[in-house]
Write a protein that binds this ligand. Structure first.
Ligand code: RP5
Length: 166
């Protein structure tokens, strides 16, 4: 499955990949964050275990295809983020997805415990929205308007908290 960047038809800067379409309810949150920052993205299902050749081809060609950040989500023995990071010099943000008996704890440890030299920036279990925010921040170091949108988003968070009455 490959999905182009929703309403935004520009060349994608972020690729959101996931091990299965069953990860979409979680990974869709990364798409929502990127949409809110008006950052073009694509979404694909690629499995480290079930489609290893396609995963390698994707990771090796992502940079030349214009992708600048990869968000990779998987559950269980979650090797997709780490193996994607092994094949590309692009930054990879990993999202542990809740699935099965261990409820995302297995995916968290599989994604976060990378060897020296091959990092994956890992967000919380199910934290795909934050993966989108982090991707915007990474891209924003070279695109001030993306950082301005993150700044405005953070202002909205502050306003929301200050507006709470207990
Ligand atoms: C992982 O296995 C996927 O990322 C997904 O979280 C999990 C289950 O996949 P399905 O059996 O639902 O396709 O590789």
């Amino acid at each position: 499955m490959t999905k182009k960047a929703g309403k935004n038809k520009k060349i994608p800067l972020v690729s959101i990949i996931m091990g299965s379409d069953s990860d979409l309810p979680t990974m869709g949150e990364a798409a929502k964050a990127l949409e809110s920052f008006k950052i073009p993205f694509e979404m694909k299902v690629i499995s480290a275990h079930r489609t290893p050749t396609e995963m390698a081809n994707f990771a090796q060609s992502a940079r030349k295809n214009g992708i600048r950040v990869i968000i990779a989500g998987a559950g269980g023995a979650a090797h997709l983020p780490g193996m994607t990071a092994a094949y590309t010099e692009l930054p990879v943000i990993g999202v542990p997805v809740v699935v099965g008996a261990l409820q995302g704890n297995d995916a968290l440890l599989s994604i976060v415990q990378m060897p020296k030299g091959v990092p994956v920036a890992t967000v919380a279990i199910g934290g795909a929205f934050n993966a989108g925010v982090l991707a915007a921040q990474i891209l924003g170091t070279g695109e001030p308007e993306f950082l301005d949108r993150v700044r405005d988003y953070k202002k909205s968070l502050r306003k929301m908290v200050l507006g709470k009455k207990v």
